[in-house]
Design a protein around this ligand. Structure first.
Ligand SMILES: C[S@@+](CC[C@H](N)C(=O)[O-])C[C@H]1O[C@@H](n2cnc3c(N)ncnc32)[C@H](O)[C@@H]1O
Length: 201
């Protein structure tokens, strides 16, 4: 028996195809939402009373890599809020002695900034990459005061900021001015990053 495809049959099949396609899109969308959710959970950790961004990258920040040439050739480095230690490991690889500190126990020594004081040593280089915006205003300036006191004459300070979703508000120019008023000078500065040098003891 010959089966002829009539127009209603064709419309019916077309609708069925659209329905299946629609469902596939829905499934793909759900998978994407699920993966994004998993990524957010993995890249955040609940610590010290709030969710904190985790950096999963394994390479140093491009700003650090690009500007290492401005650092003293040898010396002690304090990596403040070292995260997974990507910058600490990079600096260790270049021969520096590094003290990595963070409130998470992924890498380095546990230190909750604002509660625990910075190590009582003097450093040649202080790294504060993507950390100070996670401290609220008063704590941030308290920690910046500690950073100033842990720096030797001619120490270099690198700060990088980013207005992350979980971050507190900040005014980067005020932060830089804080150090300039304490005798530091600008080596490099852009909107959210800078390299400063301490000119006094
Ligand atoms: C975005 S990660 C940056 C890590 C690293 N500096 C980098 O560039 O890869 C921010 C880090 O700050 C740490 N952190 C946030 N608040 C802190 C606090 N109050 N005391 C110590 N570490 C803190 C978090 O644990 C996290 O590892």
């Amino acid at each position: 028996m010959e089966i002829k495809s009539t127009l209603p049959q064709f419309i019916c099949r077309f609708r069925l195809a659209l329905y299946i396609l629609g469902n596939c899109k829905c499934i793909i969308y759900s998978i994407k939402v699920y993966l994004y959710g998993a990524f957010l959970i993995m890249s955040r950790k609940y610590m010290n009373g709030k969710w904190c961004v985790r950096c999963g990258k394994d390479v140093p920040t491009p700003y650090l890599k690009k500007n290492t040439k401005l650092f003293p050739e040898k010396g002690k480095v304090l990596d403040i809020g070292c995260g997974n230690g990507r910058n600490s490991r990079y600096m260790m690889g270049l021969g520096y002695k590094v003290d990595p500190i963070d409130m998470a126990n992924d890498f380095g020594v546990k230190c909750v900034l604002g509660k625990d004081p910075l190590p009582n040593k003097k450093y040649d280089i202080l790294l504060a990459n993507y950390i100070l915006m996670f401290l609220d205003g008063d704590v941030r300036f308290k920690v910046m005061g500690e950073m100033h006191s842990r720096a030797k004459k001619n120490s270099i300070l690198m700060m990088e900021m980013y207005p992350a979703k979980d971050a507190y508000e900040y005014n980067f120019n005020n932060m830089v001015d804080y150090f300039l008023n304490k005798g530091w000078i600008k080596i490099r500065k852009s909107k959210d990053r800078c390299i400063l040098e301490k000119t006094n003891e």
